[in-house]
Structures are given as structure tokens and as C-alpha cells.
Design a protein around this ligand. Sequence first.
Ligand code: SAM
Length: 363
Amino acid sequence: MDLLSLARNVKHRVEEPLTDALTVAKIVTDPRNPVLLTLSTALVNPLYRAAFLASAAGSGVLRCLAVRPCDLESLAEYLDIPEDDRPRLRAWLETGVRLGELGRREGCYRLKSPTARLLAQPGNDAVAAALEEILRFHVPVLLDAPRMLSAGRRFSLQDQDGTVIARSSLALRSMVQAAIDRTLDREGPVRLLEIGCGTGAYVRYAAESNPRLTAVAVDLQQEVAARAADNMAAWGLTERVETRQGDLRTLDLQPQFDLVTLHNNIYYFPETERVEALERARSLLAPGGRMLLTTSCQGGGNLGLDVLNLWFTYADFGGPLPQADELVSQMEKAGFTDVRATRIIPGQPFRAFVGTNSPVHSA
Ligand SMILES: C[S@@+](CC[C@H](N)C(=O)[O-])C[C@H]1O[C@@H](n2cnc3c(N)ncnc32)[C@H](O)[C@@H]1O
């Protein structure tokens, strides 16, 4: 029973014997109660709501309910939940009703809160995925950091659900697309290699911007690459885009590309290995080809990025977000010329870095 319900109960039970009322009054006036009440309203309830919404969005329940109100059976069928587990699904949905995110009328669940309605919109999928990323990855590092240090434990790539990260990464879509607009030749044949393609959305954007572009889209994580390949098929791009699972560090490709792109993944490489990774990317470019790398950088005063940085500090791979001038110098060490770093939006920590594989250097 929460504190508000307890207080209401006391009010309704004043008719009961004095000793009982006194005992209850003693409990209600416990000096710890205001602290608990503050915790519950300021921290716990929003956390419950966020977790419910992230799960409802990630599982597709919000999208389903956005189409029409659904009863338990149709939701269970949609989620492929066996008969035995349907009471458990009901318990979860009822908690959503209790939290005020869902409503229920005549046995059918529907979207109730404005936030649930917003997150159910397909255009807000990246925001819903970002909420899920925060809960699944940012919260654990805040929660477990001291324990992980005592146990000598680190996060690994398997601790990240690559498909959630690929979706949430698209929250940066408008800035990445602006960087592509500034770099990509819109006419003539372009051979693009995208490293860490995630959903493949930026390869699609490049392909739509230049109808003569062909591409190889690579991602380290098998399930991410498989999802990107499905997306390419759905977008009608399989003829022009080859999607494969692969690691930049070991890719077996000819130096044939006019443009290599790395969006939001330089921090998947430890700082000490970044020059080597960049040199590897350069080696896949044709003479005169260019690299476009986009990433959030340190120093933006953005708390979410600070926690992302913290996560990578506790991981057995990757490293912190780059410092802009350090990354410029790493690109130069990797052999790029004409290296430029541009802020896409003034005051924002997100930057685009462009460098050229000069014909002289690559000869
Ligand atoms: C944060 S996600 C970004 C996805 C996408 N580029 C975007 O911006 O939406 C980083 C992606 O880079 C991939 N990645 C990391 N290291 C890689 C490597 N060595 N080779 C290929 N892909 C890599 C990860 O698997 C992950 O899908």
C-alpha cells in the first residue's frame, strides 16, 4: 500500500477502535514518511512509467493500440504469448492502467496518456528507443558501477542490444543527414562504404540523394546487419546496396570507395586504437576518396552523453566520446589530408569530420 492510500484508509477508518487508530496514526506520522513520499512521487513513479512505456513501445504494444483498442487475447496473439502466460501479460497491462499510461474499457486496452500516444507514433520510434536505451544501458551503469569495480566486471558488446541502439541512434538523424548533404556528390557514380550501418537509414538517405550511388553497408553485430539487410529489401535497395556483417578492422575489400562513412561509432574503438581504425578506413578509399565521420564529442554539457561516456568507461571495448581537436589530429595521423571538423548546430556537441585520402598519400 502506498502512503497516500494509507492516509486515505486512516481517514475512512476513524470509526474503528481507538487503539487501532492510534497505531495507524503512529505509523502515518513516522518522520520517514515524507521522505518516502517524496521518493515515490519524484523518483519511483516516473521510473515505473518510463520502464512501462519503453517496454510497451519496444514490444510494439503501443503501435498496436494506436491502431485500435485491443483485448488481452489479440495482444497476446500479436506478441506470440502462449496461453499459460496470458495472466502474466494481463498483470503487466493492468500495471500500465494503474500507472495511467493505458486505459481499459469493456475488456479492451487503449492508449491513455499523452506520452503513450506520442511514443506510439512511428515518427517517434527513435525517441522511444532512446528511452529504452537509457533504461537498459544508462541505468545499469549508474546502478552497478561500484559493484562492478569490486567484482572486476566490465560491460561487453553483448550487454548492448544492438537493434535498440541502432533505432535510438536515429534520434540524431537530422544532424547526420545535414552532414551527408554537405559531403555527398549528388551526381555521377559514387561508391559508398558505410561502417557500423545500424538500421541502414543513412545509406538509404545517401542512395535517395544520389540515384547513381551504390554501397556496401557493414555492421559488426550480426543481428544489426541482418535487420539492415531486411530494411534494404523493404526499401527496394538490394540491387544497389550490399549489406554484410563485418568488422572494419578485418574487412576484406578492395580500396575502391569514393566515400567511407562512420556515423556515431568512433567511440566503439578504444582511444589507443582509433588511429589504426581510421587508417584502415582510409586504406579502403580510392585515391582522392573522402571519409565522413559524425559523432557527438565531449564537452557539450549534455548529461545523457556524460552517462554514455560513463558506460564506455565501464566497458571492455571502446572508449570515451572523442575530443574534437584530438580526433582531427588522429585523422591526420591516419594519413587523411584537408581534415575539417564542423559543428552541425552551434553550441551542440555533435560534429562532422571530413578528410581526404590524398592521391599522393595513397600512391
Ligand atoms: C551507435 S550505433 C550507430 C548506428 C548507425 N551508424 C547510426 O548512426 O544510426 C554503432 C554501430 O557501429 C557498429 N560497430 C561498432 N564497431 C564496429 C566495427 N569495428 N566494425 C563495424 N561496425 C562496428 C555497432 O555494431 C553499432 O551497430
